[in-house]
Design a protein around this ligand. Structure first.
Ligand SMILES: NC(=O)c1ccc[n+]([C@@H]2O[C@H](COP(=O)([O-])OP(=O)(O)OC[C@H]3O[C@@H](n4cnc5c(N)ncnc54)[C@H](OP(=O)(O)O)[C@@H]3O)[C@@H](O)[C@H]2O)c1
Length: 320
């Protein structure tokens, strides 16, 4: 008898989740998406072929809800993560306890495969609590589900990303964009989805950790230059020392959705790139997609109206 191919995806309504739902549905998986707001996740249905949205609220902090969502699943993917803490939504609760709850439930339900989404920078000694709790989440998952595979992306880009879109919006309103002395290895969301797909298809990937990065390491300054070029804006690039950024973050943290937190500033003190010797996209048979091939396609919408752009080009020409 053919084994069931049902995958429960936690965090399937997020940026990476929606691409993963689409990819795994194309590969013939029966998709079950567990979310806190099933109504708001209905948009996934046309993407996911036969995708089912668990009709009741599922939070990774609730073991009973999680157990119900994984019943009968042959594979489980946990994408749930947060960038800042609010009230009871702490890094410890979501990244560590939540991940452990999902992994324990998957093991108890007899799932064969488990993929845990972590991040480059996951390290018990990370200066940031985000990085420390991502590492503790990995350890909790491995203890509960020993064959779990872990994926650690650098910053992920794609049409709905939080990084390029955010700076493209800022470039509209601000006279300058900030520059931090740090490098990233941005990876395409489609490649991240392909990586999880490849892991689920190959039992030899069990208990392994993959660091996912794009084809090249790019400085923050160059990333801002790309944003300005692709959105057709001329803005200053303002280097910000981390000590100053930390003071700014103290105030920005008070906003309902903080654009920068002190913990994120701590993350910026270390390059976010694939370590030499790590297993990577290439080990999964995937050729990393260049940022230049994708980012212009979705930053175009931030360009100023054509006449404004023409004026800009004329100004540049006159200055040559
Ligand atoms: N994007 C990147 O550049 C990047 C880089 C490295 C690592 N990662 C990791 O990749 C994962 C996905 O990132 P993303 O960019 O797709 O994030 P995202 O768009 O914010 O998605 C996060 C998902 O988690 C769900 N979620 C949050 N709290 C939950 C809870 N208590 N119970 C159940 N679901 C909950 C959210 O659903 P709700 O609608 O219910 O909030 C959402 O579907 C995260 O673990 C993140 O740390 C992302």
């Amino acid at each position: 008898m053919e084994e069931s191919r049902i995958v429960t995806i936690f965090g399937g309504s997020g940026f990476i989740g929606r691409h993963l739902v689409k990819r795994l549905a194309q590969r013939g998986w029966g998709i079950r998406v567990a979310v806190r707001d099933p109504e708001a996740a209905q948009f996934l249905k046309p993407l996911g072929g036969t995708a089912q949205i668990v009709p009741r609220k599922v939070s990774v902090t609730n073991p009973a809800e999680v157990a119900e969502a994984v019943a009968g699943a042959s594979a489980v993917v946990n994408l749930v993560g947060i960038l800042y803490q609010r009230g009871a939504r702490t890094f410890e609760r979501i990244h560590v306890e939540g991940a452990a709850t999902v992994a324990k439930a998957a093991a108890a339900a007899g799932a064969k495969r488990f993929v845990q989404m972590s991040a480059i920078g996951a390290d018990p000694d990370s200066p940031a609590e985000y990085g420390r709790t991502k590492a503790a989440g990995e350890a909790a998952v491995q203890a509960a589900f020993p064959g779990a595979s872990i994926v650690r992306p650098s910053v992920v880009f794609g049409p709905e990303d939080d990084f390029f879109n955010r700076f493209a919006v800022l470039a509209r309103f601000l006279p300058a964009l900030p520059v931090f002395d740090v490098s990233f290895q941005p990876v395409y969301v489609g490649d991240v989805a392909d990586a999880i797909d490849a892991i689920l298809e190959d039992p030899a990937t069990a208990a392994k950790t993959y660091a996912l990065g794009g084809p090249r390491v790019i400085t923050f300054r160059e990333l801002m230059q790309i944003v300005l070029r692709e959105t057709g804006r001329e803005r200053w690039l303002l280097p910000i020392p981390l000590a100053i950024a930390e003071i700014e973050a103290l105030f920005l943290e008070l906003l309902p959705v903080p654009p920068l937190t002190r913990d994120q500033v701590k993350l910026l003190s270390q390059d976010n790139v694939v370590d030499a010797g790590a297993l990577t996209l290439a080990d999964l048979g995937i050729t990393a997609t260049a940022l230049e091939a994708i980012v212009p396609t979705y930053l175009q919408r931030f360009r100023p109206p054509t006449d404004q752009r023409r004026r800009l080009e004329e100004k540049k020409e006159a200055g040559r």
